[in-house]
Design a protein around this ligand. Sequence first.
Ligand SMILES: C[S@@+](CC[C@H](N)C(=O)[O-])C[C@H]1O[C@@H](n2cnc3c(N)ncnc32)[C@H](O)[C@@H]1O
Length: 214
Amino acid sequence: MFGTMHPRYRHAAAIYDKAFPFFSFGAGPKIHEIVARTVVVGDGGTVVDVGCGTGLMLAMLRERVGPSGRVVGIDLTEPMLDRARQRVSHGGWKNVELHCADMTEFDPGTEADAAVFALSLSAAEPAATFHHTLGYLRPGGSVVIADGIPARGRWYHPAINAYARFRAPLVGSDLGRAREIERLAHEHLEDVRTRVIWAGLYTIISGRVPRKGG
Ligand SMILES: C[S@@+](CC[C@H](N)C(=O)[O-])C[C@H]1O[C@@H](n2cnc3c(N)ncnc32)[C@H](O)[C@@H]1O
């Protein structure tokens, strides 16, 4: 799939940054802020922004790894990456690299400390991506996933979930896959934490790669 594009995002790049706050009901910037704050990575670390899109979260991730750290953005859709490239070049960010690659195949070359998925895992193949990503993260490495996982437990969640179902084909997410993400995280990560935000429209899941033998 290298060099191909996600069909839904081929034409989305031109309007993505402006449409994102609208489709997310204003949650977009908050999602990036929470993901970047939640990921566990120190100065000099490497974090992979999987399905980085137009690069809206790159600046926040750069702050987490500091000048000696490395931010690796990957995305399958060239027009989305072109916007990210403009951001990197405009900011003069030397420690951000961008790759056009499928998240189920991408190889960062070295072990990474963390991987983040902002609204990207449900747009791809969650199981294949999960297993592949865990293969290049160090034991104890950090994973943070933000996605539109249907919420349960509050009286208003059915209405929120109905809106999410209506919106799914427009934003390229798949609610069945979103549920699968929850399962995968609990099966394959340690210290899993779940935070439901924006009245249940989005969920942030974080955890750590199990340490070998642990
Ligand atoms: C909803 S956008 C999210 C972009 C960005 N993470 C953000 O928060 O603004 C989903 C992104 O996932 C990318 N994507 C979908 N399937 C992919 C795959 N198999 N490999 C790499 N990127 C993929 C799309 O090209 C798109 O840019």
